[in-house]
Design a protein around this ligand. Sequence first.
Ligand code: NAD
Ligand code: ZN
Ligand code: ZN
Length: 336
Amino acid sequence: MKAAVVKALGEPLVIEERPDPVPGPGQVRIRVEASGLCHTDIHAAHGDWPVRPTPPFVPGHEGVGIVEELGAGVTHLSVGQRVAVPWLGWACGRCEHCLSGWETLCEQQVNTGYGVDGAYAEKMLAHADFAQPVPDGVDPREAAPLTCAGVTTYKALKVAGIGPTDLVAISGIGGLGHLAVQYAKIAGATVAAIDISDDKLRLAADLGADILIDARKEDPATVLQRYGGAHAALALAVSEESFATALAGLRRGGRLVMVALPADGAVQVPIFSTVLGGTSVIGSIVGTRQDLAEVFQLHAAGRTRVIYETRPLSSVNECVDEVLKGTVKARVVFEM
Ligand code: NAD
Ligand code: ZN
Ligand code: ZN
């Protein structure tokens, strides 16, 4: 099988021929049909974060495909079934986080395309309990971006605790943001979309955003404060500066949910306005299996649109460049 491999951090990926992986107990082997390019894969390949992956590794955690072999003991999936393989590749199921509905915080978790080989490949392994069945009728190329971009923003909005009379700022209308706009609209909120690209702002408008803010031309915080400030802001842009702006755009009692992970990112949280304004800063990491099931349910019901362009895996390095330049539509999906 072919796979796109990170041989050294910061180097272009290399397409390699590898033997088909063999599923161990509790695992399945999947013939990958579609695999999304999440910005996280670029951070992984560049070694942007304090905990670095160890090359060689295969990135990709928006893998969707068909189960083709069951490892020992797998009884709830069957050969021929379509599943999605998210970032949360495995969690212990026993710790306080797993037991309290926060498996995404499990200290023993295994991350697809980071700690173990991921979905930039024709075949991949997954732990059967964490491979999410994709509902019938959902196109695998649409299921792929939902598997990270979808579940992450759906969960971040749950964490933000938004309601139908809230103003929600979505900063960064890329892979994650274009879905965040739609989930916020489904929740009934008024949505302010922030980006630095005309195409992305047009896309946000097309997806239902009520207020468009071009951060190149105006200060998003000033614009948001004209509306009384945001009840919640999702920081989805790979820009440290955009976090501070989103924080400054909150109203009293507002919540900033940090989701993007710019390298070496830090934000100054002013004590006075945080205390007097009762504002919160919250981190949010992907979503649980149940969150992903809900994301698929919404899509199967026709309530979300996934904007993507398909590419062959052989163009992976060009695709990385285009995502960094911000010129892709919303998501690149590799079609295997
Ligand atoms: P993306 O490249 O598709 O989208 C980023 C968007 O931000 C682009 O539309 C870009 O134009 C816009 N942008 C850039 N600078 C901006 C600015 N100053 N203000 C407003 N918008 C700006 O990336 P993505 O795949 O959506 O991922 C975004 C980030 O989220 C990455 O850092 C990724 O690692 C992270 N991520 C986090 C989680 C999590 O669970 N916390 C999950 C997935 C991805
Ligand atoms: Zn656990
Ligand atoms: Zn991701």
